[in-house]
Design a protein around this ligand. Structure first.
Ligand code: SF4
Length: 345
């Protein structure tokens, strides 16, 4: 008789769960940690090639610790939420220097490391030791709030508290590693955000949201607030060799550590910051404006393509590179840089 939540879930996992994801093979705390950080805001199918490439470049934590931040950000380019990569590097350095290269496998010690929250710590302990530890990532929040009709936006502290209590209560004593994989899997494959596949779900007969036809009510949406809008002019400066001028963004800060086109309040101001005058400029073309949205504001970007007659010997005060898309340097690029270079290709 399969009656408890975990038994149902494990029974489903044994038959239908994904057992061949790259981080499910050769399980080590390092591999699980990297996968959990990558999966925090990104879907499995996107993460897989990044994970494989990352592990090829940094097979062990000390290799990651020894790499420069530029190289780490380069391997993260395209995954977004770059604070994850910066924290990954900081944690690798701490693990290497202060923990002899071994991950501490208690929730409290893991939570003390940069970028590791309660859920990620729980996943690492559960998957690597099979000891009881609950997780509550976005997938699990969705499954639990639907199954048990937990009202409220999961980002609020009151709802988070209720969800954690439920997650702790449901986590079994046995097969914790499989249970952890299973609940993440169910949320990622069947109990997806829109049009969940309830007909194949092990909780079809007991899920309150499904039985009451209120799936769209759970989890509750974040209360809407209008994001402020800022604007900027971004200069795509190209030298006669077809290379693009990129500046490194200060860290911490927006796009901290990444390389970006110089930007600011209008063409004249940006050129002045760079100590470039009109005599160097061959042509200047304004491109179509577009919007880049951060979590806390919209940025309306006006790109201007500026061609130079010659490469000036010195430009501005920030670190710069002349970036050649055909032979790219190992540096992390902001999303607008990737997008604009692709558009001009
Ligand atoms: S029955 Fe549907 S809504 Fe409920 S947990 Fe399963 S997939 Fe999600």
């Amino acid at each position: 008789m399969i009656d408890s939540f975990s038994e149902r879930l494990l029974h489903w996992f044994d038959q239908h769960g994904r057992q061949h994801l790259p981080w499910q093979q050769d399980v080590t705390p390092y591999r699980v940690w990297v996968s959990e950080i990558m999966l925090q805001q990104t879907q499995v199918t996107t993460v897989i090639p990044y994970f494989v490439n990352f592990l090829k470049t940094f097979p062990l934590v000390d290799r990651l610790a020894a790499a420069s931040m530029d190289v780490v950000l380069h391997h993260w380019t395209g995954l977004g939420y770059y604070a994850r990569a910066r924290n990954l590097h900081k944690t690798a350095v701490l693990i290497t220097n202060e923990h002899n290269g071994e991950f501490p496998l208690t929730i409290n010690e893991l939570e003390a490391l940069p970028g590791i929250g309660r859920s990620t710590a729980g996943a690492i302990v559960a998957i690597c030791t099979n000891r009881k530890a609950a997780i509550l990532d976005g997938n699990v929040k969705r499954v639990l709030s639907r199954c048990f009709a937990i009202e409220g936006w999961p980002g609020s502290s009151a709802t988070t508290k209720k969800l954690w209590e439920k997650a702790e209560y449901l986590t079994p004593e046995d097969r914790v590693a499989d249970y952890t994989q299973a609940i993440m899997d169910l949320g990622a494959t069947l109990c997806v955000r829109s049009s969940p596949d309830c007909g194949r779900c092990p909780f079809e007969s007991g899920c309150i949201a499904h039985l009451t036809r209120r799936i769209d009510d759970f989890p509750a949406r974040k209360p809407k607030r209008a994001l402020p809008v800022r604007s900027t002019t971004m200069l795509m400066i190209e030298n006669p060799a077809g290379e693009w001028l990129l500046q490194q963004r200060p860290s911490p800060g927006l796009w901290g550590g990444l390389w970006a086109f110089p930007e600011g309040d209008g063409v004249i101001n940006v050129l002045a910051q760079l100590n470039l005058d009109n005599t160097c400029i061959q042509s200047q073309v304004r491109l179509e404006e577009f919007r880049h949205t951060f979590t806390h504001f919209h940025l309306d970007i006006t790109p201007v393509h500026v061609k130079l007659h010659q490469t000036p010997p010195a430009i501005g005060e920030k670190p710069i590179v002349w970036y050649c898309p055909g032979a790219p340097a190992e540096i992390g690029l902001t999303k607008p840089v990737t997008r604009l270079l692709k558009e001009l290709e």
